[in-house]
Design a binder for this molecule. Structure first.
Ligand SMILES: Cc1ncc(COP(=O)(O)O)c(C=O)c1O
Length: 377
């Protein structure tokens, strides 16, 4: 079905087409100069020392675990209200994901008070996920990590250029990971980036993303080196130059798009704040946010269920989604170490993600608000 108002709108124009065409004409389409250019631009924009382009964020998260020596017998605390890849990346290593609850209906990020309760001698790291582009309580998380000597991995898929007290998300922990999947703030189809200020971790990440080989094929093709050794058990987690060329254009456009999203959010907040039975998480949040998605909650007092309301919105041509079915409720996670997550479950049953993109008009938002008001009251 084609919607009157879609959930998301790909921010592409002629610039992306031309960028890809240039790479094709250059005759070098795999990892090469465009990946390097994308990484350099990322470092500049995110004010971080190292950026390593990768095939997607799932492998970025897995690589992050590997870099931090997380493996068999270790426990890693993470949210359940996230995309499944956050937890899967822990499980790949043989470590156990331990799910922590969210703070509240108003703040859907990881609760540091609950995290503290889950820490034990096996705990090695905390994975935070900056839901919708809003920062986790990083002061508390960093303090916990210091107290218990834990690593921090930031799943910053939702938050490129989002900030926490002036610092870019993804640069606060040991490693930050980003996704450029089609519906993200920056889209390359598939794609990911790992960032860090730790030069040793960056060196290891570069090695492991390409089979543990001491040189990459682009360097060999340029004639700098003909031989290579394999010094670690690595993977093929590389990005290619076609996607990197898209990433460069998308990054150049990002700030402008985020400023538009900020206005969209402001208009949404003003339109929805007086409607009974709607809670707006992160209302009036002071930090700069990517506004990757716009989630609302239906209050417990509503006579219609979340799914009934979503169906009515669908019939009115408004596309919605749910971010996310909690990971601990998936079959492969039934036997996890902590599945007592009352706030996560309560919120999940009432969450709706409304359309959010830079080109969303005030008229669109008026239409969504008017329909919602009719359906929730
Ligand atoms: C929070 C979160 N973590 C991880 C991922 C995985 O990213 P990718 O699809 O690039 O592997 C996504 C994206 O889908 C995500 O939203």
């Amino acid at each position: 079905m084609s919607y009157k108002i879609p959930l998301f709108n790909l921010n592409y124009d002629k610039t992306e087409e031309e960028a890809v065409l240039d790479v094709i004409k250059s005759k070098w389409i795999s990892t090469g100069p465009k990946c390097e250019e994308f990484e350099d631009l990322f470092c500049k924009e995110f004010n971080v020392k190292h950026a390593i382009s990768l095939a997607n964020c799932t492998v970025a998260l897995h690589l992050a675990m590997d870099l931090l020596n997380i493996g068999d017998g270790d426990e890693v605390i993470c949210p359940s209200l996230t995309f499944v890849a956050t937890a899967n990346s822990i499980k790949y290593t043989g470590a156990k994901p331990v799910f922590a609850d969210i703070i509240s209906e108003e703040n859907l990020t990881l609760d540091p008070v609950h995290v503290r309760k889950l820490i034990n001698k096996n705990t090695k790291a905390i994975v935070v996920m900056h839901y919708a582009g809003f920062a986790c309580d990083m002061d508390e998380i960093v303090a916990l990590a210091k107290e218990y000597n834990l690593k921090i991995i930031e799943d910053a898929c939702h938050g490129p250029l989002s900030e926490y007290n002036g610092q870019k998300l993804g640069t606060i922990g040991d490693v930050g990971c980003f996704s450029f999947f089609s519906n993200k703030n920056m889209s390359t189809g598939e794609g990911g980036m790992l960032i860090t200020n730790d030069s040793e971790l960056a060196k290891k990440a570069k090695l492991l993303r390409s089979h543990g080989m001491t040189t990459m094929s682009y360097n060999r093709a340029k004639g700098h080196s003909t031989a290579y050794d394999v010094v670690a058990l690595g993977y093929n987690y590389r990005m290619d130059d076609i996607r990197a060329s898209l990433g460069i254009v998308q990054l150049q456009k990002l700030k402008k798009d985020l400023n538009k999203r900020k206005e969209v959010r402001k208009y949404y907040e003003n339109s929805l704040k007086s409607i009974n039975n709607i809670i707006i998480p992160f209302y009036d949040n002071p930090n700069f946010s990517s506004n990757y998605i716009f989630p609302i909650l239906i209050s417990e007092a509503s006579s219609r269920t979340r799914d009934e309301i979503r169906n009515l919105l669908h019939e009115s041509g408004i596309q919605t989604s749910i971010h996310y079915p909690p990971v601990h409720l998936f079959e492969i996670y039934y036997d996890s170490l902590n599945n007592d997550l009352k706030k996560t479950e309560s919120v999940y049953n009432r969450l709706i993600t409304l359309p959010m993109f830079g080109e969303l008009t005030n008229r669109d938002i008026d239409y969504i608000s008017e329909k919602l008001e009719g359906y929730v009251s």
